[in-house]
Ligand binder design. Sequence first.
Ligand code: FA5
Length: 345
Amino acid sequence: MVNAVVDKLDSLVKEVNSKISQISELKAVEDLQHEILGKKGELTQILRGLSELPEAERPLVGKKANEIKVEIQKLLDKKILQLKRSSLSERLEKEWLDLTLPGEPVPSGRLHPLTRVLREVKTVFSGLGFEFVQGPEVETDYYNFEALNIPPDHPAREMWDSLYLGERTLLRTHTSPVQIRVMEKRKPPLRVISGGKCYRRDAVDSTHCFQFHQVEGFMVDKGVSMAHLKGTLSAFAQGIFGSERKVKLVPSYFPFTEPSVEVYIDCFNCALTPSESCRICGGSKWLEILGAGMIHPFVLRVVNIPSEFTGFAFGLGIERIAMLKFGIDDIRLFYESDQKFLEQF
Ligand code: FA5
């Protein structure tokens, strides 16, 4: 009887050994463990049967059975470890990654050239003490024209072909209405710039769009003169086009400034490589960059600014500045969303 039990125990180890050698999945090891060592497992049954042995034999057989249990558990544990290791090395093999390889380039976004120039212009003027304000794109006839000394039927309205939304409302044709909006609410001293979209019923060509961007600037204080205007615009030109730039004022006409001027800078391209057929200035050596002047007394009166104050104002096209700065000969390129064009900035 005792020998039969011991033989059974020995053959159980052999059985486990041979089964384990054929196993290739963790689940099968767990099943085998259950089959041998579980509540109804083969070894557990044998252990239960020990009570039927003569009492004197029991301790010896019991000891043997426990040793076998430990041995079987060790075999199972060893197999589990072996399977886990091989599945890990399989994963490492499959998921292998060479961290020394160069990464794939991720195309980075960038600012639109007009946004860049608008920001640069703002930075230069903020360095000169100008604060930035914004005005509405939908304006009334009053702010866009009348308060700026352009009454209805005035021939100067020809200068601003307009897109009307109603009888008295239109898409602003320039940023000059912001002057009125600021001055009617605040008193001098004032040093303000404003920028944004403007709209005109202009035919689209290489220098005109129906929608474009302007920056308006003005300064009002006691004793402000054309000298301040020239000094301010020289600093602006030097900030945007290079510290060597010179500014030239040429008489012009705007109903809301008196006197009015067109402002030119000397051609920065000719300064680098003088040429009779410069692609930026066409050989004229001077580039028109904006319109400006001393704020007309009519305008100051409209907003109740006392007569001891004077002021200058200027207005520039952001597209024009960007075209000159980057040597672009067609304004439409800014609005075509052509990635090859935009990636150059
Ligand atoms: C004005 O609009 C004045 N308000 C500027 C001003 C302000 C003068 C304050 C005096 C005092 P003008 O119409 O010239 O001026 O336009 C100014 C700039 O806007 C032009 O030099 C040009 O660069 C730009 N611009 C005008 N129309 C267009 C257009 N259709 N497409 C693109 N840019 C334009």
